[in-house]
Design a protein around this ligand. Sequence first.
Ligand code: CP
Ligand code: NVA
Length: 298
Amino acid sequence: MKHLLSIEKLARPDLEKILAAAVVMKRERGRHATQPLLGQTWALIFSKSSTRTRVSFEVGVAELGGRPMFLSAADIQMGRGEPIKDTARVMGRLLHGAVFRTFAQGDVEEFAQFSGIPTINALTDEEHPCQILADIQTIQERLGDITGKVVTFVGDGACNVPVSWMFAAAKLNFELRIAAPKQFQPAAALRKRAGGNILCTTDLKAAARGADVLYTDVWVSMGKEAETAARFQALQGYQINQPLVKLAKPGALVMHCLPAYRGKEIDDETFEANADTIFTQAENRLHVQKAVLNWAVD
Ligand code: CP
Ligand code: NVA
């Protein structure tokens, strides 16, 4: 049984296999030789909002011959307190796979354990593996092999997206720099768990100098809305803008997982100048997730 629960738990050969298959999925969209999900129904269980992840999985499951079933967590009994492990055992008897977006990482892991069907993490508070896979696909399309490249993350360095970046850095041998205020840097224990070549700093300019990629994410992740004012204050200045881009390598990519808040983590001019890269990241969610689905049922 294969699950994509995190980048941390994804073995390097599987990571490489998925990235290679994503290239083929993109090239052969609309004329795939096989329909690996034919006759299958996959649940998309979401406890948080989503545009990209929901749409790309619904389209992706259908393009592989399967039927996606979107379930807002608020509309099923889980939203009224039915335990995850009971929900999982029901789904496991009725469905062929599940894509789950929620808060605690442990909930996705528990779902995988009790459902007995392939389970994909569609974002938790701790990781966003599908996003990072699509981002790496985008980087490799534009800059070639990610090995040895410098990826600089700017902003809330402790949220799900940079954490998935940390685990990817060690597996694919690129340098990751995280520029964030002290309280928004990843915990030391997590850095130790990730290993790899990772620099965490408050020095935004030093982190951007010579980078191949400048990457950012929202300052206020889903579930952290009560901290909005404090986060705006602490993260002020940790923005990707034109002066920062000038410090990076000429031709460096500017990336954003979206949704974007202009004037906060990125300015409008820089966002629009790099919109093609940013929306290619969003498009690649489809291709790489189809590769994940295919791998999960293989
Ligand atoms: N980047 C991303 O996961 O977007 P959604 O929240 O819209 O799915
Ligand atoms: N860190 C963000 C990612 C959104 C795709 C969040 O969790 O809200």
